[in-house]
Design a protein around this ligand. Structure first.
Ligand code: FAD
Length: 391
């Protein structure tokens, strides 16, 4: 980019980030530049990623469960974790999804709700990327309303659990070593730590996706999956268990979506300066500058919001309604930026030679998972009116 300031530079957000957090962010940015970006178009095109190798490299980088304490996790600030998500998603939402599901969903569930034995068994290996985790909440017929799920865990006479049901749209499913599966029981919804080599467990991959193609998405099929009594997460009882994990992952998305938006905007600014139309650069036309200015505003405002929420999370006061404001705003603005940037690139905008339509398509999934934008509107609506409009 040859402008005098970057869109975020305009807002001075760099000065709001501490030195240590910035150093972590820069390390992740360098990793994505060397190791990820050269391959993204191919991974997206072929809808395949070297998930195992990537997990190990991300483990070495220290980003898997990086904001968790102990058990091989780095225990960074929440802001550093957010900034790492931003850099990963500036490369591709699929990469950030791998890291979010591993750290914020599967590892967080075990760290927050698991037994000491479960933590010792899984967390160090998951932090190192030697074991991959997935998180099975959504079902074919229950997404925004997971409380109505049908997957059932019953106890047999010997005290074992037997799980039956189907989960849908599960990130990392087919490559996972361990699945955190949520199921109805006689005593509310409970979470189970399911090694994926348990008989009766299978995870067929979902194909023909037009979004998040550089990410593994799967169905989980549980047919009489028998687990010992110790497989249940002892501390989670009811829907608040899985919802607490979703809140963690949503927080990462508040930053992550801005990474995709930033990548699109930087691409569009550079393109508009190089592309001559009617004898002068596209960037010199007022119509282009109005678009770029408006997108810079939304990116900067989103970043201020993300850093503010990061500060609240580090202070331990962040509420789930506040996470909803960040997820709703930043994903909605990111997808709008990605689509507008696509127009600036004209026909080139639809090519995988440039990242913008890849990001825009990925953001369709990000808009839907971890609570759809409508669900977050309802959360905010309830917060400001005191009335629930969910049912
Ligand atoms: P539905 O719940 O059927 O919603 C359909 C529409 O109805 C949406 O527009 C929604 O906003 C709207 N709606 C819902 N409730 C209301 C209401 N009360 N009032 C008005 N409108 C409403 N799930 C996991 O458990 N683990 C994963 O790892 C995971 N990874 C995913 C990866 C990808 C690529 C995708 C696309 C999804 C993933 N999901 C995962 C599933 C995701 O969380 C769900 O898709 C999401 O919760 C929405 O559920 P649904 O698709 O069933 O949509």
């Amino acid at each position: 980019m040859s402008g005098t300031q970057t869109p975020l530079g305009l807002f001075g957000t760099e000065d709001l980030i501490g030195e240590d957090d910035r150093a972590i962010r820069d390390t992740v940015r360098a990793f994505t530049a060397d190791r990820i970006r050269p391959h993204l178009a191919d991974w997206f095109d072929s809808a395949s990623i070297p998930a195992r190798d990537l997990a190990r490299e991300l483990g070495k980088l220290g980003v898997l469960g990086m904001h968790l304490e102990g058990y091989g996790c780095a225990g960074t600030t929440a802001t550093a974790y957010g900034l790492a998500c931003m850099e990963l998603e500036a490369a591709d939402s699929g990469l950030r999804s791998l890291v979010s599901v591993q750290g914020s969903l599967a590892m967080f569930a075990i760290r927050r709700w698991g037994s000491e034995e479960q933590k010792q068994e899984w967390l160090p290996r998951m932090a190192a990327g030697e074991a991959i985790g997935c998180f099975g909440l959504t079902e074919p017929d229950f997404g925004s309303n997971p409380g109505d799920m049908r997957t059932y865990a019953r106890r047999d006479a010997g005290g074992d659990w037997v799980l039956n049901g189907t989960k849908m749209w599960i990130t990392n499913g087919s490559v996972a070593d361990v699945a955190v599966v949520w199921a109805q029981t006689d005593d509310k919804i409970r979470g189970f730590v399911v090694p994926t080599d348990t008989p009766g467990f299978s995870a067929p991959e979902i194909t023909k996706k037009l979004s998040l193609r550089a990410s593994v998405t799967s169905e989980l099929v549980l047919e009489d999956v028998r687990l010992p009594a110790s497989a249940m997460l002892p501390e989670a009882r009811g829907l608040s268990g899985p919802l607490s994990c979703l809140n963690e992952a949503r927080y990462g998305i508040v930053f992550g979506a801005l990474g995709a938006a930033r990548d699109c905007l930087e691409t569009a600014i550079a393109y508009s300066q190089e592309r001559d139309i009617f004898g002068k650069p596209l960037a010199s036309y007022q119509a282009t500058q109005l678009k770029l200015a408006d997108m810079s505003l939304e990116l900067g405002k989103g970043m201020l919001l993300a850093l503010h929420l990061g500060g609240l999370k580090d202070a331990g006061t962040l509420t789930s309604e506040q996470v909803s404001t960040g997820k709703l705003n930043n994903v909605r603005e990111a997808i709008a930026i990605a689509r507008e940037c696509r127009t600036i690139l004209g026909a080139n905008g639809i090519s995988l030679e440039y990242p913008v339509l890849r990001h825009a398509n990925n953001l369709e999934s990000v808009l839907t998972y971890e609570g759809t934008s409508e669900v977050h509107q309802l959360v905010i609506g309830q917060a400001v009116t005191g009335q629930s409009a969910f049912r």
